[in-house]
Design a protein around this ligand. Structure first.
Ligand code: NCD
Length: 339
């Protein structure tokens, strides 16, 4: 991640330091706690704007944003597109299925091509872990990671944190961070970039994160990320205040990792009965796409007042607006940072 100097910010930032010293957003792993909080705080203005009838600003007018998606996506692509458009930028989507990638062009050549078109920000989703970092090294504009293989999905981690912050505040339990909050992340931890970005984001914000998966779907050494490891879902759920469910990433599995979907649901599916083991009123999250009846039952996914799944989608647009705003400030000649 390239660092840039900028004039000192205010608010939570130490005097004399740039408020946001990164050119790219390739992963939560590059961010410090105060930088995460800054991104969340900055997103609040966009949550408010997005709830109004007129959702348009011309903050990014004249800038071109390219969304280069080499992997399928529904909500992330749409969310980045809406975010760019609401900020007034010209937004272009490149789908790998119809691009020269199918003709054998390398990732680097594609990056050089996008760069030559003078994009002001490039949003990338790619099946290879580290692909976004590789592209960031080759282009002259900010690069935002919209999911790279099993590595990271930073805007998902941030939008999940923003969603939780709102939900806790509405219950009168709001605090600046998540110190002591018990969160379970259950599912295909091994292949999930969402799990990785969430572990990094939530632990940085002080949460007690438990991860739960069958042994074959748990990354070796994950404890080093500061999480508690569980293989029995009922044990992991005991006292949990937030339960985040993940899909089996079948497209990243070579061979059989779970005996059957039925068996998986039996051991790791979030049913209403299981949710009752968690703390009273525990909140339910899922990044989507959901496989209803496998990792999560419909009666839980649609549980009014407890399921945050549609709220996650809402917060996704605001977070992406915040990231696009902050990372294009240099291109817009914004002097100084408003923290
Ligand atoms: C996730 C992804 O693509 O990593 N989806 C998303 O961006 N909301 C999760 C998934 O595919 O299971």
């Amino acid at each position: 991640m390239t660092s840039h100097s900028a004039s000192a910010g205010s608010g939570r930032f130490p005097a004399g330091r740039a408020a946001f010293p990164h050119r790219d957003l390739t992963g939560i792993g590059h961010l410090q706690r105060h930088e995460i909080l800054y991104l969340l705080d900055q997103a609040e203005q966009w949550v408010a704007l997005n709830r109004q009838r007129s959702k348009h600003t011309d903050l990014l007018a004249g800038l071109t944003i390219i969304n280069a998606f080499f992997e399928n996506s529904t909500r992330t692509l749409l969310s980045f597109e809406i975010a760019g458009k609401r900020l007034g930028a010209d937004v272009v989507n490149m789908h790998a299925a119809t691009s020269s990638v199918k003709k054998g062009e390398t990732l680097i050549d594609t990056a050089i091509t996008l760069n030559a078109m003078r994009a002001d920000a490039i949003v990338i989703r790619h099946g290879s872990s580290g692909a976004t970092g590789l592209i960031a090294d080759k282009v002259d504009c900010p690069v935002l990671n919209a999911g790279d293989g099993s590595h990271e999905h930073p805007t998902q981690g941030l939008l999940d944190a923003l969603t939780l912050r709102h939900a806790l505040a509405e219950r009168g339990e709001g605090a600046e961070d998540f110190t002591g909050l018990k969160i379970v992340i259950c599912g295909d931890i091994l292949h999930s970039r969402v799990a990785r970005s969430n572990i990094l984001c939530l632990t940085a914000m002080g949460a007690n994160v438990r991860v739960c998966a069958p042994p074959a779907l748990m990354p070796a050494g994950v404890e080093a990320m500061g999480v508690e490891v569980f293989h029995r879902f009922d044990d992991a759920l005991d006292g949990a205040e937030v339960v985040m469910m993940l899909r089996l990433q079948s497209e990243r599995m070579s061979g059989q990792f779970v005996p059957s979907a039925r068996e998986y649901r039996h051991l790791y599916g979030l049913t209403a009965k299981r949710l009752a083991i968690a703390a009273p009123g525990a909140l339910v999250m899922h990044p989507g796409p959901m496989n209803r009846g496998v990792e999560i039952d419909s009666e839980v996914a649609d549980l009014a007042g407890r399921s945050l799944i549609t709220r996650q989608v809402e917060m996704g647009v605001a977070i992406r607006m915040a990231c696009l705003d902050i990372l294009t400030r240099e291109a817009r000649g914004v002097e100084g940072w408003t923290a």
